[in-house]
Design a protein around this ligand. Structure first.
Ligand SMILES: Nc1nc2c(ncn2[C@@H]2O[C@H](COP(=O)(O)OP(=O)(O)OP(=O)(O)O)[C@@H](O)[C@H]2O)c(=O)[nH]1
Length: 332
C-alpha cells in the first residue's frame, strides 16, 4: 500500500467546500511573502513596456533568479517563453504573468508526473517506512511530529524511531511530539548507533502491527562520505527487518534558506536515494520559488510543504493549489 493511500483514504471525511476554501486561503496567506515579492518584481519588469521583448525577458530572468527559482530552472523557463514569443511575434507585456503561470504549471507537472509516486509500496500487512533526512534545523523533528499527529488523527498506528542520537535535546523534543501525537517512540541513549535504533524501531513496529514508521536521522553535512555511509547503514538494517524498507526517503529542506536548500538537495541526493521532498518554513519567506526550482532540477516530487508551526500547517503538496495560491485562480 502506498503512503498516499494510507494517509488520504483514512481521513475521516473529505473537506467540505467551505473547509477547502479555508485551506486554500491559509495556503495563500502562507505564501503571501513569496507572492508579493514575485509580483512586485514582475510589475517592475513590464512597467512601461508594451511587448515581451528581449529587455523584458532579461528582467524576467533576474526576477526569477532573485525569487530563488534557481538558475537552471530560470533558464529553462526563459527559453520556453522565448520560443513562444518567436512563434507568436507580438505578445503583449501584460500577458507575461499568465504566460509565466502556464510555464510554471507545466514544469511542476513534468517534475511530479504521477504525484502519488513517492517511493515503493509496502507489502500488505507490513508498516510503511519513511526515513527522514535533512540538516539540523531544517524542520525534521517538527515535520515528523506533525505527520505523526495527522496520521494518528486519521486512525493510523505510528511508530517513531529517534535515530538522530547525537543530541539529547533532539531526542527529547521528538519525544514531546510523539507523546502529543499518541505515537510510540523507540529511543536509546544519546550517542548510540543510529542503525541500532532503526533496527529496534522496525522490529517493534512490525511486532505490534504499526501502519507507518517514521525514522528521524541526524543530518550532519560536514563529511559527505560519512553521511553516505551512515545513511546506507541505516537503510541496510531496515531492509533486513522489513524487506523493501525504507519505502520512502523524505528529504526535509528549509525553504527560507533559498539557494542553500538547493545545495542541501544536491548533497543529500548524492549521499542517498531521496524519493520525496518536504519544504518547510515557506510562511516566513519570500523565497518560495525554491519549490519550483528544486522539484524541477532534482525531479523529486514535493510531498509536503510547511506553512506555519501548527500541526495542520504541514500540508500535502498539491501543485495546482500551489500555482493558484501564487497566481490566483485561472480566469476562463
Ligand atoms: N514558521 C514555521 N516554522 C517551522 C516550520 N517547520 C518547522 N518550523 C520551526 O523550525 C524550527 C526547527 O525545526 P526542527 O523541527 O527543530 O528542526 P530539525 O531539522 O529537527 O532540527 P534539529 O532538531 O536541530 O535536528 C522549529 O522552531 C520549528 O517550529 C514551518 O513550516 N513554518
Amino acid at each position: 500500500m502506498a503512503f498516499f493511500d494510507i494517509f488520504k483514504k483514512k481521513q475521516d471525511t473529505p473537506p467540505t467546500g467551505e473547509q477547502a476554501q479555508k485551506q486554500q486561503e491559509e495556503l495563500s496567506a502562507g505564501l503571501e511573502k513569496t507572492k508579493t515579492g514575485l509580483f512586485s518584481k514582475l510589475a517592475r519588469a513590464v512597467a512601461g513596456r508594451s511587448t515581451i521583448d528581449a529587455g523584458v525577458l532579461d528582467d524576467l530572468e533576474e526576477v526569477l533568479i532573485s525569487s530563488d527559482v534557481g538558475v537552471e530552472t530560470t533558464v529553462k523557463i526563459i527559453r520556453r517563453i522565448e520560443e513562444r514569443v518567436a512563434r507568436d511575434k507580438y505578445m503583449n507585456a501584460s500577458e507575461l504573468q499568465s504566460i509565466l503561470r502556464g510555464e510554471i504549471a507545466t514544469l511542476m507537472e513534468d517534475a511530479h508526473g504521477s504525484s502519488e509516486n513517492f517511493g515503493l509500496d509496502a507489502t500488505e500487512g507490513q508498516p510503511y517506512v519513511v526515513m527522514v533526512v535533512g540538516v539540523n534545523g531544517a524542520g525534521k523533528t517538527t515535520t515528523i511530529g506533525k505527520l505523526a499527529a495527522q496520521l494518528g488523527k486519521a486512525g493510523r498506528k505510528v511508530w517513531i524511531g529517534a535515530a538522530d542520537t547525537f543530541r539529547a535535546a533532539a531526542i527529547d523534543q521528538l519525544q514531546v511530539w510523539a507523546d502529543r501525537a499518541g505515537a510510540t517512540m523507540i529511543r536509546q541513549q544519546m550517542g548510540s548507533d543510529p542503525a541500532s535504533v532503526a533496527f529496534d524501531t522496525l522490529t517493534s513496529a512490525k511486532a505490534n502491527g504499526a501502519d507507518v514508521v517514521l525514522i528521524d536521522t541526524a543530518g550532519r553535512l560536514h563529511n559527505k562520505v560519512g553521511l553516505m555511509n551512515e545513511l546506507t547503514k541505516i537503510r541496510n538494517v531496515m531492509g533486513k527487518v522489513i524487506p523493501g524498507a525504507p519505502h520512502e526517503v523524505m528529504l526535509v529542506l528549509d525553504g527560507s534558506t533559498g539557494q542553500n536548500a538547493f545545495e542541501q538537495a544536491k548533497q543529500f541526493t548524492q549521499a542517498t536515494q531521496v524519493t520525496s521532498l518536504t519544504i518547510t518554513k515557506l510562511d516566513g519567506t519570500a523565497k518560495g520559488g525554491v519549490v519550483i526550482g528544486i522539484s524541477d532540477q532534482f525531479h523529486i516530487p514535493v510531498r509536503y510543504i510547511g506553512i506555519g508551526e501548527g500541526i495542520d500547517q504541514l500540508r500535502i503538496f498539491d501543485r495546482k493549489e500551489f500555482v493558484n495560491a501564487l497566481f490566483g485562480h485561472e480566469k476562463n
